[in-house]
Design a protein around this ligand. Structure first.
Ligand SMILES: Cc1cc2nc3c(=O)[nH]c(=O)nc-3n(C[C@H](O)[C@H](O)[C@H](O)COP(=O)(O)O)c2cc1C
Length: 392
């Protein structure tokens, strides 16, 4: 057995994967993942809000060894779990296979993979690696660039377009500022020079990154055009920053996109209703893992406001703070159709590439199944508010 597989077998929790990621990554890359905006109140509160919930298990209802049914369709995509792998930018700086590794691992588990617009791999590469493929849209290159990405995503088999609305500017990630990196954090040859002291102690990362020729591109801006002219990466970024999506853009995207259209990053029922009015099929309640505006409501609190407000015909997922299977159970009991995992999967990626992501997803899946057994439920449809004390 290779030392890699031995190390991965020693991972029993997402926290173990986080520790291994911290050992392997240069500090600026680790901090880019782990950090939140401002005083990091929201990124921490997302986790503690979930953990403050108290289960009310039912005894004597089911037999422990009975199989549990965890299948659920998410925005029309069949999934073996009420979980999708969420969009995370710059994953190629964490492991050379980045989103391709994540997509392959998600496919092994039978769950959707959502690629970020800030990906180091092309839509076509990731679409080919994912059995169930979603694409997260930041309109890099403005409306014209956004349209080109939507067409490519549709051709690459994406069933769901996830439009993230909470990123009009990047949040104030104070950890990143300490490294003098430009926002969004980029690891390229220039910043590598300032990072030498952090990189020198991480030979494994360095060898991998060198083999990858230190390529951490915004791969999906390559070949993007505007008014017939090919854009550079920085120009594509600039057009997104000056033209972040508004509700009228969402209505326009609805006309362009034939699959499921989902809005990510909403925290109030008013915004959720606007999204639905503009044609969204679903909502992902999210504060971006506490990386955008600090001191917002936690994802769990916002879920409780939004889910009842939009009605049954609009699917509502949640992300933020999912580190265990029991966290997934709490979110479902509180009204989520499913959850996205963010930092959890990229800790697995940094710890061990595709196998590392697979390990993390299995840890969460196994814990969800055990939690269901201990709660006395057979099917995830039975996870409802009556299993939480807060509903009383
Ligand atoms: C390093 C990092 C990069 C991210 N990049 C994106 C992105 O490009 N697009 C996006 O919609 N969300 C992005 N997110 C937010 C995640 O999709 C998700 O909302 C968040 O990570 C959930 O919180 P959690 O990490 O506590 O699970 C990013 C999150 C992290 C940690």
């Amino acid at each position: 057995m290779s030392s890699d597989s031995r190390n991965l077998r020693k991972l029993h929790t997402v926290a173990d994967a986080e520790r291994l990621a911290q050992q392997r990554l240069p500090r600026p890359v680790f901090d880019y993942i782990a950090g939140g905006a401002g005083a990091e109140l929201t990124s921490e509160a997302n986790i503690s809000a979930i953990r403050q919930e108290i289960f009310r298990p039912r005894m004597g209802e089911t037999i422990g060894i009975e199989p549990r049914d965890t299948k659920r369709s998410l925005f029309g995509t069949p999934s073996s779990l009420p979980i999708a792998v969420g969009p995370v930018g710059f994953t190629r700086s964490m492991h050379p296979l980045g989103d391709v590794a994540g997509a392959r691992a998600a496919s092994v588990l039978g769950i959707p993979f959502c690629q970020s617009s800030m990906s180091g791999h092309t839509i076509e590469e990731v679409g080919a690696a994912a059995k169930a493929f979603w694409y997260q849209l930041y309109p890099l290159g403005g409306r014209q660039g956004g349209e080109q990405m939507m067409q490519r995503a549709a051709s690459a088999g994406a069933s769901t377009l996830v439009v993230t609305m909470d990123t009009v500017v990047p949040g104030n990630r104070e950890r990143d500022l300490a490294y003098g990196a430009a926002l969004p954090v980029r690891v390229n040859r220039k910043t590598m020079r300032t990072m030498t002291k952090y990189v020198a102690t991480k030979p494994r990362w360095l060898v991998n990154a060198a083999r990858d020729r230190f390529q951490f591109p915004l791969a999906n801006t390559h070949g993007m055009t505007r008014d017939g002219r090919t854009l550079r990466e920085d120009e594509a970024l600039m057009y997104w920053i000056v033209e972040p999506p508004t509700w009228s853009d969402l209505a326009w995207m609805r006309e362009q996109w034939k699959g499921s259209l989902v809005v990510k990053g909403l925290l109030t029922s008013d915004d959720a209703r606007r999204a639905v009015d503009a044609g969204a099929d679903g909502i992902i309640v999210s504060n971006h893992g506490g990386r955008q505006l600090d001191q917002t409501s936690t994802s769990l609190a916002a879920l409780r406001e939004i889910a009842p407000a939009v009605g049954d015909h609009v699917e509502v997922m949640m992300d933020g703070g999912i580190r265990r299977g029991s966290d997934v159970a709490v979110a479902l009991c509180a009204g989520a159709r499913g959850v996205l995992v963010g930092r959890s999967w990229v800790y697995g990626l940094a710890a061990g590439g595709e196998q590392g992501v697979q390990r993390v997803l299995e840890i969460i899946r196994n814990d969800l199944v055990r939690t269901m057994q201990l709660l006395g439920v057979r099917h995830i449809d039975e996870l409802g508010p009556d299993l939480l004390q807060s509903a009383r």
